[in-house]
Structures are given as structure tokens and as C-alpha cells.
Design a protein around this ligand. Structure first.
Ligand code: 13P
Length: 257
């Protein structure tokens, strides 16, 4: 048992349209009951729907999240979104370095770190995402890759601001594939990440930062994953697009806390 409050995020990625995004948010609000007392819950809609989904979540204890942010405040950065814009929409948390940003869009560690620093400085919470691909896993590089991404992403973030940080361990080979890491494998990776947080910061930071697991989490496997001592909830893709499945996963996380 720890005093870390489980945290479940629904990353909707590039899915939904305006009507279905609002409906999904309404259904989550309708079913959430008292679960937010035991578990922190956030949803990450596509940018164009942040405003409408935010209105639906208003007065409920579900946090509005963004899937990405840019590290400049304003100017000639066509297509980018600033932290100020997110704060305007009452976004409370932002994903940084999701594997699809890293590997589909091509974001390097340096850019991910700039985004993390900017979001933290502006008062946003962040979920720093990291994880190895299958080739790296098979080459025995899982720990080295994860800890390298962790150190690079957190570079320059002081101890005093680590309360704004959550880590999401999302092995790339498990994302959207139906192949989840086993609870034991995920727990081992989370333990390594927590150990590195103790090296980079101190035991108090290591014990208080939440580490979510992501990668094919569903209502059937969530309970076993979240029961692991170093797994503090999850970042959910596909299964977060159905309110019932998402709420079942939140229920499992609330029970694990
Ligand atoms: P899936 O749950 O669809 O595997 O996606 C995980 C993820 O990338 C969440 O950010």
C-alpha cells in the first residue's frame, strides 16, 4: 500500500468527432459517481474539442487534458498550441512525449524536455510518456531506453516541481496491439523507473510520483496491472473511447488505491 492516489487518463488520440466527443464526456460524467474520491481521472480529447468537452466536464472532478503542447508562448509557429491557450481552456494536465509524438511525428528528447519545462513553468501538470519498442526490448535494452528517456525528459525540472509530474510507461509494442505487458514485466519496469527517480531526486520524490502503465489496458487486465505496487493507474487509448469500459478501468484503479 502507498499513499499515491491512482491516476487514470483516457487518451482519445485522433478519434471522435464533435458530437461523439461530447457524448463520451457526458457518459463518463454520468457514470463517474464517487470514483474521483479514490482515483484521479483525466480525459485527453483532440484539440478542436477541448472547449466543448471542457464545458461538459465543468463542475465535475474530471480533469481536462491535452495531448501535446508547444514550448513557445506565441508567434510564428503555424499549427502549434501554447500552454497559455491550454490554460485559457482550463486544461489541467498535458501529455508530453507520447510515443506517437516521438515515433510518428519524430519528436526528439530535447524537444520533449523543452515542452515539459514550459508546461511545468506555466503551472500545468504533465504526464511524461516513455517506453521501449520491440527491437529494443528483444535486445535487452528496455531499462536503458526507459531510464534514458526519463532523465532526458525531466532535465532541469527541480524537486520542488516534481509534484506536477506523472510518468506513463507505455511500451510501444503494447500500444494498440492488444499485447499488454504482463503485470510482472510492467512492475519490473516501473520499479526501475522509481529507482531512477530516487537517483535523480530523492526517496520522497520517488515514493510520491505516480507511474501509470499504458498499452492495451482494458477492463479485463486492468485489475491485475493496477494491483502491482509500483503501478499507479493507467493511460488508456482504445478502451477509453467507450464510457463503460473506461469507467470499469477507473473502478479497478480506485480499488487498487
Ligand atoms: P492503447 O490502450 O490503445 O494500447 O493505447 C495506449 C496509449 O497509447 C495511451 O496513451
Amino acid at each position: 500500500m502507498t499513499d499515491r492516489r491512482p491516476f487514470v487518463g483516457g487518451n482519445w488520440k485522433m478519434n471522435t468527432d464533435l458530437a461523439s466527443a461530447v457524448e463520451l464526456a457526458e457518459d463518463i460524467v454520468a457514470g463517474i459517481g464517487g470514483l474521483t474520491e479514490q482515483c484521479e481521472v483525466a480525459v485527453f480529447p483532440p484539440f478542436p474539442y477541448l472547449h466543448s468537452v471542457g464545458k461538459t466536464l465543468e463542475d465535475h472532478r474530471i480533469i481536462l487534458g491535452a495531448q501535446d503542447v508547444y514550448h513557445e508562448s506565441n508567434g510564428a509557429f503555424t499549427g502549434e498550441i501554447s500552454v497559455e491557450m491550454l490554460l485559457d481552456l482550463k486544461v489541467g494536465v498535458v501529455l508530453i512525449g507520447h510515443s506517437e509524438r516521438r515515433h510518428v511525428i519524430g519528436e526528439p528528447d530535447e524537444l520533449i524536455n523543452l515542452k515539459a519545462l514550459k508546461a511545468i513553468e506555466a503551472g500545468l501538470d504533465i504526464i511524461l510518456c516513455l517506453g521501449e519498442n520491440m527491437t529494443q526490448r528483444e535486445a535487452g535494452q528496455t531499462k536503458q531506453i526507459n531510464l534514458g528517456q526519463l532523465e532526458a525528459g525531466l532535465s532541469g525540472i527541480p524537486t520542488s516541481q516534481m509534484s506536477q509530474v506523472t510518468i506513463a510507461y507505455e511500451p510501444i509494442w503494447a500500444i494498440g496491439t492488444g499485447l499488454s505487458a504482463t503485470p510482472a514485466d510492467a512492475e519490473a519496469a516501473h520499479g526501475d523507473i522509481r529507482g531512477k527517480l530516487a537517483d535523480l531526486y530523492d526517496d520522497s520524490v520517488a515514493n510520491s510520483v505516480r507511474i501509470q502503465y499504458g498499452g492495451s489496458v482494458n477492463a479485463n487486465n486492468a485489475g491485475d496491472l493496477f494491483a502491482q505496487p509500483n503501478i499507479d493507474g493507467g493511460l488508456i487509448g482504445g478502451a477509453s473511447l467507450k464510457a463503460d469500459a473506461f469507467l470499469d478501468i477507473v473502478r479497478d484503479a480506485a480499488r487498487s488505491g
